[in-house]
Design a protein around this ligand. Structure first.
Ligand SMILES: O=C[C@H](O)COP(=O)(O)O
Length: 253
């Protein structure tokens, strides 16, 4: 059985006080279980305080990005080692907003994925098509290319540990969720890509999330699908109760 991952991506939201309060409100309410990992992806500035607050609980703290270099003259950047040192355990890489607004490419995503493993962070690698690509029937080819480039050069064991988040760009923050069938179709294809490029055993183990307007009302249907192993959630992860409902849906599924 693949353990599901419900990750709340706060993006550029909340104050430090609000972030700490969220962890206070949720950390002891994550149901003890072996079916779901609960993760919160927070802005860099909040990470040390949130790690401290969540210590000893089942809530994991993630970063939303990082640089691929270990150190150097990269003004404004944060290194993989800095995140590890802060106690962070996961890092989101290649989110479509970073690809669109901050020149993230498949090449930098691949470098970051390697860099994450070098320090022992679990990467959550985002892939997904634009509306135009979907309308032109390019979804599968585009996502396949993104996945192949992201995992290039990783060992089989590393690919097994990567979490792949399929996020159709047209469904992010728009209220337009992909149907669970559309979402699963692409997640199934991603698993086939891993099988063809790595191995069947790794493909069977790798976890694939769906992201894009996931909320308590639709999460269950998505999680019931054969190849969807969790969700990467933006808006609906900002409130403690809503986040907990998403986690609970995974536990009870
Ligand atoms: O990282 C999360 C995704 O971008 C989804 O965001 P959303 O749930 O607000 O659509």
């Amino acid at each position: 059985m693949r353990k599901k991952v419900i990750a709340g991506n706060w993006k550029m939201n909340k104050t430090l006080a609000e972030a700490v309060q969220f962890v206070e409100d949720t950390k002891n309410r994550i149901p003890a279980n072996d079916q779901v990992e609960a993760v919160v992806c927070a802005p860099f500035l909040f990470l040390p305080a949130l790690v401290e607050k969540a210590k000893g609980t089942d809530l994991h703290i993630a970063a939303q990005n990082m640089h691929f270099e270990a150190s150097g003259a990269f003004t404004g950047e944060v290194s993989p080692g800095m995140l590890k040192d802060a106690g962070v355990t996961y890092v989101v890489l290649g989110h479509s907003e970073r690809r669109a607004y901050f020149a993230e490419t498949d090449e930098t995503v691949n470098k970051k994925t390697h860099a994450a493993f070098n320090v022992g962070l679990t990467p959550i690698v985002c892939v997904g098509e634009t509306l135009e690509q979907r309308e032109n029937n390019e979804t599968m080819d585009h996502v396949e290319a993104q996945v192949k480039r992201a995992i290039a050069g990783l060992s089989d064991e590393q690919v097994k540990q990567v979490i792949i988040a399929y996020e159709p760009i047209w469904a992010i923050g728009t209220g337009k969720t992909a149907t669970s069938e559309q979402a699963n179709e692409v997640c199934t294809h991603i698993r086939k890509v891993v099988k063809a490029n790595v191995s069947e055993a790794v493909a069977d183990s790798v976890r694939i999330q769906y992201g894009g307007s996931v909320k308590p009302a639709n999460v269950k249907e998505l999680l019931l699908r054969s190849d969807i192993d969790g969700a990467l959630v933006g808006g609906a992860s900002l409130e403690a109760d809503s986040f907990l409902q998403l986690v609970e849906a995974g536990v009870n599924e």
